[in-house]
Design a protein around this ligand. Structure first.
Ligand code: WTA
Length: 685
């Protein structure tokens, strides 16, 4: 078999056949003329607000968006999305029953909103800048080229039997073809399931099976930080246990040939045979756009479901207002498309707003710790959005790596995925942003679809407090709950963070498990959406996230359930049981600490056991889920009913022995003493 290498990785210069019918149905020639009636600068800030009687200023707009939620979202949805058929009902939601429906009756196509309408106005605007791992070799794709590529993939999927309602799994790093694949699914009405390309074959297989995909899209190899990963090989292993998979599309990122079977399709070659026009499917607002698996507090990852109109609208509105994005800006979100941040702020939000969005394939330290800032200078990035873990790492390398490069293009700096400590926040603000760029610490989740709490939008002169997400976004009404489930109304208080009313961006269900969706998010505080996080509300009413309330830990911004790791550790033949906790780690935010009890009479060298445990965790989940510390113990602290007391383990690891609490309820209080002694021999440095 012959290989044509990397054809689709360079923009083709094919003449563009315009999909006129799609445009006629989908795209108004320009936004409707807005009559100014509201507050004077409010309408300039948000044109729709001109129709909101008596609303002046951003705080008033937020207030209006919550108290007149339907009016607010109806106006925004009409104004910012292109509909094939208008919606007749703004919302039909009942949080207590887990029923969430927005913009019913409306029909649209997400790829038309992200591509065709830009092509109609500015076909030659750059949609994607692919910042390849090899520094200085970036590739630009215009909106016209991205639409063309998307149509070809859409037609290829159709030719291989993908129909409306099917789900396609995408196992690719951040790259243009991954974006085109996501949009191609949206174009033909299929759902996508992007699986982070760092996941193991087992983790991938579990997600393919749950999504029942017949097609998997991957690459021969991935390239990141100068290292090659064998993506196709991982897919080959995964699909052995996935009977639903009929074809694997393989794109070429490197020149290396990989073994191909009859099941495999050479994507670059086959795409060239396809037409550059692909009629967009008319989708209902509540049809599924994608599944995205994330960790919860049980062993099984949950496939959160996002739908078409509400998700797209929310991603677009937050991208525009939290980051003060303006037409023509270059938006640089350096996340991976395998996570929700990549979905909302690399792909859907920026493209729906006609932005130029950066696809960052590399790492913050490759080939040196100046990589981000050199990229900012070369690509003239205006908004930079990254993770605290990377900021903490770069801070340690010193200011010279930042100062070497011109960052005058930067206007807003964003942070996401985990709490950002004050030191990192201040360095980001003072050194990276030269004290002139607002830093927005954005709180949200896979479940929320887009940013829910962030310092912006706010009036230009309003304060931003380091390390605080601060202000709810439009349409978001956060509440704090006490342990009895009562709403805490006072300020300067902490509680469980819930959201009191539905918003268009929220997840609708868990794929194939609506019961679990209701149990996890709707039942803990009936009538409210429970986030799983705790928060503090300051005397001035600002929110600060204090961390997870469940058994989910956050390693370098990656969510992982302790139960998921325990399930895998317990599969080792030598292990009787285990308990995994997160502890505070200066770079990763949280590290993983595993307490392991061996089976009776088990003789195994500690070293061998550690090796075995690490390899099984990276084989079954991913490398980032490997424990940093493993402590062999004789028994675990348990209640009399057999529940492992992880709280006690956390206190021991935090050396907070004074607040171990009442141990008399433990089955065997002496177990704690043993653990304290064992832990004292471990150096956590
Ligand atoms: C945590 C990532 C503190 C939080 C977008 C949440 C944060 C989980 C912040 C979601 C923040 C996210 N400050 N904690 N600014 N942003 N988190 O689903 O615990 O990967 O519940 O979504 O990350 O992680 P997920």
């Amino acid at each position: 078999m012959t290989f044509t290498s990397a054809i689709m990785w360079l923009p083709s210069r094919f003449s563009f056949k315009f999909s006129v019918s799609a445009l006629r149905r989908g795209v108004p020639p320009s936004y409707p003329h807005v009559v100014r009636r509201g507050g004077c600068n409010t309408a300039a800030f948000m044109p729709e607000a001109a129709g909101f009687e008596g609303v002046s200023g951003r705080a008033a707009l937020q207030e209006f968006s919550v108290s007149n939620s339907e009016d607010f979202w109806a106006a925004v949805a009409r104004h910012r999305l292109s509909w094939m058929q208008p919606f007749h009902t703004v919302q039909d939601c009942d949080l207590s029953r887990g029923r969430i429906k927005w913009f019913q009756g409306g029909m649209l196509n997400v790829s038309v909103n992200c591509l065709d309408r830009q092509v109609h106005i500015r076909p030659e605007r750059v949609a994607l800048i692919w910042e390849r791992d090899e520094r200085g070799s970036e590739v630009r794709y215009t909106y016209r080229e991205l639409l063309e590529m998307t149509c070809r993939v859409g037609n290829l999927l159709k030719r291989h039997g993908v129909r409306k309602g099917d789900c396609v799994t995408i196992y690719m790093p951040t790259c243009p073809l991954a974006v085109a694949s996501m949009l191609a699914c949206a174009r033909i009405g299929a759902a996508h399931n992007v699986v982070f390309a760092g996941f193991s074959a087992d983790a991938l297989a579990e997600r393919i099976r749950d999504a029942q995909s017949s097609i998997v899209i991957t690459m021969n190899q991935g390239v990141r930080g100068g290292k090659v990963t064998e993506l196709k090989k991982t897919v080959d292993t995964a699909v052995q246990s996935c009977p639903t998979v009929r074809h694997v599309f393989v794109a070429m990122r490197t020149e290396t040939l990989v073994p191909m079977t009859d099941r495999d399709v050479l994507m670059d070659e086959e795409m060239l045979k396809e037409d550059v026009v692909c009629e967009p499917a008319a989708m209902n607002s509540e049809d599924v756009l994608f599944l995205l698996y994330t960790s919860g507090s049980t062993g099984k990852p949950k496939g959160l479901v996002h739908t078409q109109a509400g998700y797209l609208l929310y991603a677009a509105l937050t991208q525009r207002y939290v980051f003060s994005y303006h037409d023509g800006d270059v938006f640089g979100c350096v996340a991976d498309i395998g996570w929700i941040t990549g979905h909302s702020y690399i792909v859907y939000g920026p493209l729906a707003n006609g932005a130029t969005t950066v696809l960052f394939e590399s790492t913050p330290v490759y080939p040196d710790p100046g990589r981000y800032w050199e990229t900012v200078e070369r690509l003239k990035i205006n908004q930079f959005y990254g993770a605290p873990t990377a900021i903490r790492l770069l801070l340690k390398y010193g200011d010279q790596w930042v100062n070497k490069y011109d960052r005058s293009s930067l206007k807003t700096l964003g942070s996401v995925g985990e709490p950002i400590n004050t030191e990192a926040w201040e360095w980001y603000h003072r050194v990276v942003g030269e004290g002139r760029c607002p830093v927005v610490d954005t709180w949200w989740q896979t479940e929320t679809g887009g940013i829910c709490i962030a310092p912006k939008p706010s009036e230009p002169d309003e304060e931003i407090v380091p390390g605080m997400a601060m202000r709810p976004f439009f349409g978001i009404k956060p509440v704090l709950m006490d342990t009895e489930g009562k709403v805490l109304t006072a300020n300067n208080t902490s509680g469980a963070l819930c959201i009191a009313q539905p918003w268009p961006g929220m997840a609708r269900t868990i794929h194939n498990n609506h019961e679990r969706f209701i149990e996890t998010y709707c039942q803990p505080y009936p009538g409210y959406f429970f986030t799983g996080d705790g928060a503090y509300r300051s005397p001035k009413g600002y929110y600060q996230i204090t961390g997870r309330l469940d058994d989910v830990i956050n390693v370098s911004g990656h969510r992982i359930g302790t139960a998921e790791i325990e399930d895998v550790v317990n599969q080792c033949s030598a292990v009787a049981e285990s308990a995994v906790i997160g502890y505070s780690h200066d770079i990763k935010g949280q590290g993983i600490y595993a307490f392991v009890v061996l089976k009776k009479n088990m003789k195994i060298k500690e070293e061998d056991l550690y090796k075995q445990l690490n390899s099984v965790v990276s084989e079954k989940i991913a490398k980032y889920a490997c424990p940093d510390f493993i402590l062999l113990v004789k028994r675990l602290p348990k209640t009399r009913s057999g529940k492992i007391m992880r709280r006690v383990l956390r206190k021991v690891v935090e050396s907070d022995l004074d607040s171990l609490g009442d141990l008399s309820t433990l089955d065997d209080p002496a177990a704690v003493q043993e653990i304290i002694e064992g832990h004292s021999k471990i150096s956590m440095k």
